[in-house]
Write a protein that binds this ligand. Structure first.
Ligand code: ASP
Length: 343
């Protein structure tokens, strides 16, 4: 995106607003395949910019972005904040611990308050599935989902796709889409919004997805999403191209889901030995935060040629820049908008 506002991916995607007709980014479920590809394409310019020493643009100058985080976050909050600042916006972070939410304010009241402050985009993380969609229905500006309960984490899936694209390209493999690629997602699938968004995104881009977890951590009926379900990690890993590991989301567990972390590691931990035996060329991914020694061993997480975990973090900033940039085009009156419609 140039500061004049001309979409850089124009020509290869539907023109104007049709390239991305949504006001909000609530989930991957609402996106068409070409819209996912459009956001990935838009992010490439920000990957390049972020690798330069001067990383500032004024695309969003004068706009206010509120990051309203009702749940803890390290990577996502920081990366949305950096993304907004690199685009030139005024970025304000609201942490639930310091907000009136603790005093009993309802979610709708919080939404109305944020709205009254004339934010130009609101980024929300919330512990309840559906909370982001509810807030989006009450405010006048674009809303971006930074993770809602066990539902979706769309920017995580998009950044994972972008990181995978870059890694495949470096290996000389086709990365335009993921047709022919098998991705195994292993861990606490039951409580993971990352797993859900990734299944949708990876499948939209043509990949086959295997899900692996102990029976207690696998949602019932998940096979209806067109995934292959495994409870044996060695079988799930055999011949996979990508191993995406997820942590046990203890904060969402009510009761005992696994006998012990040690036993979990034995059955479902990604070790160098297991990887060498079952998927010697597979790329390794993890959305973070990692519990080293539980779902993934340190020597695997730090493998220079295989692990793309830090690349995922890098791509997170670029993807969030792309999403903020695309969703605020209307507010910025970017060329193509007329009478409230981007034509
Ligand atoms: N950071 C990811 C999320 O917010 C994954 C995790 O917390 O395990 O869902």
């Amino acid at each position: 995106m140039t500061s004049s506002g001309t979409p850089s991916a124009a020509g290869r995607f539907p023109a104007g607003r049709r390239a991305f007709p949504h006001r909000d980014l609530v989930g991957i479920a609402q996106l068409e395949r070409h819209e996912i590809l459009y956001l990935l394409e838009e992010a490439e310019q920000w990957v390049s910019l972020n690798r330069q020493s001067a990383k500032h643009t004024d695309n969003l100058a004068g706009l206010t972005i509120i990051n309203a985080f009702f749940e803890n976050s390290t990577r996502t909050l920081l990366s949305f904040e950096i993304a907004g600042k690199r685009l030139g916006a005024d970025v304000v972070n609201m942490h639930a611990a310091q907000s009136s939410v603790k005093k009993g304010e309802t979610l709708i009241d919080t939404a109305m308050t944020l709205n009254a402050m004339h934010a130009d985009a609101i980024v929300i993380r919330h512990g309840s599935s559906g909370a982001v969609e509810l807030i989006a229905s009450k405010v006048d500006c674009p809303v971006l989902n930074a993770g809602d309960g066990q539902h979706e984490h769309p920017t995580q899936a998009l950044l994972d796709a972008l990181a995978l694209r870059h890694a495949l390209r470096e290996r000389g493999q086709n990365a335009d889409d993921f047709t022919g690629l098998t991705v195994t997602i292993c861990g606490d699938i039951l409580h993971s919004r990352v797993a859900r968004s990734n299944v949708l995104c990876l499948q939209a881009l043509g990949a086959s997805v295997r899900l692996c977890a102990p029976p207690a951590l696998m949602p019932q009926g998940i096979d209806a999403m067109g995934v292959e379900v495994f409870h044996d990690f060695d079988a799930a890993l055999s011949g996979t191209d990508v191993a995406m590991m997820l942590r046990l989301q203890n904060e969402r567990m009510q009761g005992q889901f696994i006998p012990s972390a040690r036993e979990y590691h034995h059955l479902y931990g990604l070790t160098a030995k297991r990887l060498a035996a079952r998927a010697p060329d597979a790329l390794v991914m993890h959305p973070g935060p990692m519990n080293r020694g539980v779902e993934i061993d340190s020597d695997v997480a730090d493998m220079l040629d295989r692990s793309i975990i830090t690349r995922q973090v890098e791509m997170g900033v670029a993807i969030r820049m792309a999403c903020l940039d695309v969703l605020t085009r209307k507010a910025r009156g970017v060329a193509g908008w007329a009478d409230g419609e981007w034509v």
